[in-house]
Every structure is written in structure tokens, then in C-alpha cells.
Design a protein around this ligand. Structure first.
Ligand code: VG1
Ligand code: CO
Length: 543
């Protein structure tokens, strides 16, 4: 088999410190663009000769094209075998599982997650390493370095293969196996959760609405919720992956999953509502008449996880990203286990999970997961909720109130200001960073600042330090505002403002979140000068 060497030039690739490349489809369609990134990845993967590589994506526009390119390039780069999901489909957690289950050296996951899809929208590629998790910073930095000097990529000249036919084919001397996208993942879920108990709950009339948002979890949800657990047909909504997600953002929050939210707040709401994102790693949980914030969901799952068979031995520790509310910390304290605070992004949980220091992890952005894979996992979170509800036999609202009565309540919201001019967003952060040392002691309405810093994380396993991970302003009494810029947007800059107010058990536990956060919102603008810098008087998205 002849290997072709295609000449190329350095390009503007993945930003250092981000776990993947996210750009407009049109950018990916430029000659050499996707190939440059994939070759840069392959150039830094050690031991690829003869090794297994997993490839799959969320089914968005351009998915199949890049999969065909990646398969040919893997053959030219000496991989021994590539495992691809049928139709090019793998949810991110399912890909993570396959990498681990079959001892792959790593995997290419093609997704821009919750970003919209289609010819004028977003595409993405990320590389996961042999533990199944996102490549750690030293690997992503090496990939970035490679993109600055890359001058060629390798491919074999073979026709496209049929991605829909299960089985094995040869591409340039390398084996390609097209596998069922769902089977191994569903089998893993059966080892963690009591499917009989959930099936009995469904048979007893418990109703659920699961919104797959026309994204990757449709096939997983149909198989697991409707076929294996016996929820009624129609339980899964928008269950067919579409290349443009039906023109929606596959982002499971109160803005983009509004139809589900409205259903769950209506008179004929089912007992349980959930949604997942483009690549299936996020989850949104809404009980009948009760939205559960992702931060609360992490805490509630951690407090009850022992009720599911996969976690009956208890948790080794809990980890949350810094902007996630401290609700989980209070559970960890009650359980007598450690709680780790990491920078935003799942890759920071990998070391803690590998070292057996944490079992459950979560982020405020609707990501929850455990040591069963090395990614956050939307369907997993839904199953753990269902398992807990099947054991406790109470509505979500009762479970939430019960939780707050015991641990107190962290009122929480995130305000996103999207599409800001990058220089203005950078100026806001620079000015606030400079102002941090002088903030403690200052008063804003009823709030007094106790401390302020720029979050820096020292990994307790390998000692690596990640600095500048968000600006924290802590108030007396446990309230907090965090400011950071998104690393996943593809248009301008997105400022995220995370607002959290703690009310201890016995306090005001049954109030409306906007009212509870009003003083904090005013303080956040006064502290950072959001309107002054950006001209915006209100956020684009509140979650
Ligand atoms: C966002 C979320 C973060 C999440 C990341 C990837 O990042 O805030 O919590 O880990 O997306 O999620 P940022 O930098 O835009 O705030 V996913 O579902 O896109 O893999
Ligand atoms: Co995602």
C-alpha cells in the first residue's frame, strides 16, 4: 500500500490549554485543515504502531467526511486497527468506554458538543488518551506545538468505506471494524444500575420525558429507556440524530431545552424530565415542577449514590469544577470524604479518578459523571437519578427539599454574555484581575467581600499547576461570584458570570432564585463593570 505525503503548512489550530479544536464547519472544510490537526495528533501519539484507535462523533454535519479522512490517515500512520461507531456515531462517554474496554491507545471524538451544527455552524475534533479521558494539558500543548511547524500529512489513497455496515473491512492494510454504537455502553450501564427496579417503577406508571435534542443520545436513549427499561414509546423525544440538530442548539439548559422545561412545569407533566447535549456528555434534570440545578444534581446524586449497585460501597471522594456551587462540598463533609475543586473542563478529573481519589465528579454546566468512564456522561446521570427515585420512591421535588433541609441550599445561576468583542472581554478580565487585591473589605449593598483571587490549581496527583482559571470574589456568609471567559465558543468571546448564594438549613430554602441572587447580580456588575466594558445591560443566556 502506498502512503501519500501531502505538503501542508502551519495553521491556526487548537488554542493551548483547550481540549480539542472547535471551529466553523467552513474552516474545517478548507484544504488540509482537519488533516493538519489529525496529523498533529498522530505525530505526538507514542506507540501508535499496530495500536487500536477509536473514532466516532455526534453525527453533526461533516462528521462522516472527517471520519473517512481520519481512517485513511490512521492507516497511513501505522495504526493496527480502527474501531468506528455505526454511521459514525459515538457519544463522548460511549467512546470513552470503548477506549478503556478494548485497550485502545486513544480516540478521536468528532463533536462541537452543545454548539449548533450544519454547514454554517460548528465542528470539532478532540483527542482522548488511553484512560478514555480528554488529553491532559501536556498532550494538548504538544499537539499545539506540532501545529506550529507541521509541513506534511500522511494518507492512503483508498475509497470511502460504508460506515453503516457492521463488520470488518481493510483500509490500506489496516483493519476497520464498524461496531454497534450502543451495545457495549448499554451493557456497562446494566452493571452499575438496578434495571429491574427502574423497570418496575416504569411498569408502575412512573412517566419520563427524555429530550435527546436531535443529537447523539437518541439511539442510546431508545435502546436503554424504551427497550430495556420499558418506558413507553415516545418517552424519548427528538431521538433521531440530525446533522443540524433540527436547527437547534443541542445545549440542555433552560433556554435551549425550553420545551422540556415548559412540559415539566405544566399540569400534565410526567414524573421526570431530562435532556442531553450534542455529544451526550451533559444532562439536564427537571422533576415535575422542580428544576434541579446541575450543581444541586451533583450534590444530590453524591448523597444518594450508594443506593445504586455500582456505588453501594460508597464514594472515595467528590470532585467539582471551581465555578460549580459548593453544595457537593457539604455532602462530602457529611460523608467524611474529600472534595476536590478543579478548573473548568473534564480533563482535570481524570487524574483524581485514575488515582482512586474521587468517584463522582460534576460541573455547573450540566456535566456529571463517575469513574465508570473518563468523561461526563448524560445518560448515566439520568439512570442514576432513576435508580435513586426507584429506591426512595419519592418525587424529585421531595428529594430536593429533603436535601436542602439537611445540607442547606446553594441558590445558583450562571449569566452568559455571548459574542463579545474579544478585546473588550479581555479588558474586563485584565482590569478586574488588577483590582482583586484591593477588593476584600469592600461593601456592595448588603454584601461584604471576604476574599478575591485568580483561581490556580495544583493537581494533587502530578503536581502540575494550571493558573488563571477564573476570578473568584467571595463574600462573607458563603456567597460568591466567579468571572471567567469561555474556552469553547467559536464567535468572539463569551463572559460567564457564576452567582452563588448559600442559605443554611433552617434558612430561606423555598425562595425564587432570581430574587435570592439580586444583590449578587448588582454587585457583580459593580465589581467587574460589565455594562461599562461591554455595553450589555443583561446576559444573553441565564442558566
Ligand atoms: C464549557 C463548560 C465547561 C465544559 C466545557 C466542555 O466550557 O463551561 O464546564 O467542561 O464547556 O463541555 P467553557 O470554557 O465554554 O465555559 V462539552 O459538553 O462542550 O464537552
Ligand atoms: Co458535550
Amino acid at each position: 500500500m502506498t502512503i501519500s505525503t501531502i505538503k501542508t503548512a502551519p495553521y491556526e489550530g487548537q488554542k493551548p490549554g483547550t481540549s480539542g479544536l472547535r471551529k466553523k464547519v467552513k474552516v474545517f472544510q478548507q484544504p488540509n485543515y482537519a488533516e493538519n490537526f489529525i496529523q498533529s495528533v498522530f505525530d505526538v501519539v507514542e506507540g501508535k504502531e499496530g495500536a487500536l484507535l477509536v473514532i466516532g462523533g455526534d453525527g453533526r454535519f461533516h462528521n462522516r467526511t472527517v471520519i473517512q479522512q481520519a481512517i485513511r490517515m490512521a492507516a497511513a500512520n501505522g495504526f493496527g486497527k480502527v474501531m468506528v461507531g455505526q454511521g459514525g456515531i459515538f457519544s463522548t462517554p460511549a467512546a470513552s468506554n470503548l477506549i478503556r474496554q478494548y485497550g485502545a491507545i486513544g480516540g478521536l471524538i468528532l463533536s462541537a458538543s452543545h454548539n449548533p451544527g450544519g454547514p454554517d455552524e460548528d465542528f470539532g475534533i478532540k483527542y482522548n488518551v488511553s484512560n478514555g479521558g480528554p488529553a491532559p494539558e501536556k498532550v494538548t500543548d504538544a499537539i499545539f506545538q506540532r501545529t506550529t511547524s507541521i509541513d506534511r500529512w500522511l494518507t492512503v489513497e483508498t475509497p470511502d468505506i460504508d460506515l453503516d455496515a457492521l463488520g470488518t473491512v481493510d483500509v490500506g492494510g489496516m483493519t476497520v471494524e464498524i461496531v454497534d454504537s450502543v451495545a457495549d455502553y448499554a451493557a456497562l450501564m446494566e452493571t452499575l444500575f438496578d434495571f429491574d427496579a427502574i423497570r418496575a417503577m416504569a411498569a408502575g406508571g412512573f412517566r419520563m420525558a427524555f429530550d435527546a435534542m436531535s443529537a447523539v443520545t437518541g439511539p442510546y436513549a431508545h435502546e436503554i429507556f424504551e427497550k430495556r427499561l420499558g418506558f413507553a414509546p415516545g418517552t424519548v423525544r427528538n431521538g433521531t440524530p440530525l446533522e443540524d440538530f433540527g436547527h437547534h442548539h443541542p445545549d440542555p439548559n433552560l433556554v435551549h431545552a425550553k420545551a422540556l422545561y415548559d412540559l415539566m412545569m405544566s399540569a400534565d407533566a410526567p414524573d421526570f424530565g431530562a435532556a442531553s447535549d450534542g455529544d451526550g456528555d451533559r444532562n439536564l434534570i427537571i422533576g415535575k415542577g422542580r428544576f434541579v440545578t446541575p450543581s444541586d444534581s451533583l450534590a444530590m446524586l453524591a448523597a444518594n449514590a450508594h443506593l445504586a449497585k455500582g456505588y453501594k460501597a460508597g464514594l472515595k471522594g467528590i470532585a467539582r469544577s471551581m465555578p460549580t456551587s459548593a453544595a457537593a462540598d457539604r455532602v462530602a463533609q457529611a460523608l467524611g470524604i474529600a472534595c476536590y475543586e478543579t478548573p473548568t473542563g473534564w480533563k482535570f478529573f481524570g487524574n483524581l479518578l485514575d488515582a482512586g481519589m474521587a468517584t463522582i465528579c460534576g460541573e455547573e454546566s450540566a456535566g456529571t459523571g463517575s469513574d465508570h468512564v473518563r468523561e461526563k456522561d448524560g445518560v448515566w446521570a439520568v439512570l442514576l437519578w432513576l435508580n435513586i427515585l426507584a429506591v426512595r420512591k419519592i418525587p424529585v421535588d421531595d428529594l430536593a427539599r429533603d436535601h436542602w433541609a439537611r445540607f442547606g441550599r446553594n441558590y445558583y445561576a450562571r449569566h452568559d454574555y455571548e459574542g463579545l468583542p474579544t478585546d473588550k472581554a479581555n479588558a474586563l478580565i485584565a482590569e478586574l484581575t488588577a483590582a482583586l487585591p484591593a477588593l476584600p473589605g469592600k461593601r456592595f449593598g448588603p454584601l461584604t467581600i471576604a476574599a478575591a483571587d485568580s483561581f490556580s490549581y495544583a493537581d494533587p496527583v502530578d503536581g502540575s499547576v494550571s493558573a488563571n482559571q477564573g476570578l473568584r470574589v467571595m463574600f462573607e456568609g458563603g456567597s460568591r461570584v466567579v468571572f471567567r471567559l469561555s474556552g469553547t465558543g467559536t464567535e468572539g468571546a463569551t463572559l460567564r458570570v457564576y452567582l452563588e448564594r448559600y442559605e443554611p438549613a433552617g434558612g430561606a430554602l423555598d425562595e425564587e432564585t432570581p430574587a435570592m441572587l439580586a444583590d449578587l447580580i448588582a454587585a457583580a456588575d459593580a465589581i467587574a463593570g460589565i455594562e461599562r466594558h461591554t455595553g450589555r445591560t443583561a446576559p444573553d443566556v441565564v442558566t
